[in-house]
Design a protein. Structure first.
Length: 137
């Protein structure tokens, strides 16, 4: 699909109740990485500008939506360090999801283990600075 086709394409439905919208340095690269690490599926994208930036990519991950964009400092939207939040994937096959993320190249923050509350839980940081938790039985 060409960028022109993408611009007139109807936007897909947003999945989930709370939808994170992440500004990352390299939204297109992040979308590709999330496909590998978290089985994301890209469902919509705004065309890239002449610098390769995009203002909107919509992904579906495990029944929910996540949005990505590149920074646009010239419009008051500079890239900032991600802090104070963790995106949590509650899944049935924790070890499988963990292995896929590790294989894609995330950094381990909290090793995967069975926690005191009974769930398997671990945290990783992706190459774009976003922290993710993977949790389940």
């Amino acid at each position: 699909m060409s960028d022109a086709d993408a611009a007139v394409q109807e936007a897909p439905a947003v999945l989930g109740g709370i939808v994170p919208y992440l500004m990352v340095g390299g939204a297109s690269k992040a979308a590709k990485f999330y496909e590998q690490a978290f089985a994301a599926r890209e469902v919509y994208r705004q065309p890239s500008d002449d610098q390769g930036r995009t203002m909107h990519i919509h992904l579906h991950i495990h029944g929910g939506s996540i949005m990505l964009c590149d920074p646009y400092p010239e419009y008051g939207q500079p890239l900032q360090r991600h802090q104070g939040f963790t995106l949590t994937l509650a899944v049935d096959d924790v070890d499988g999801w963990w292995a896929r993320a590790i294989g894609a190249g995330v950094d381990v923050v909290v090793p995967l283990e069975t926690m005191f509350w009974g769930d398997r839980y671990g945290e990783v940081r992706d190459p774009f600075g976003v922290k993710w938790a993977i949790v389940g039985k």
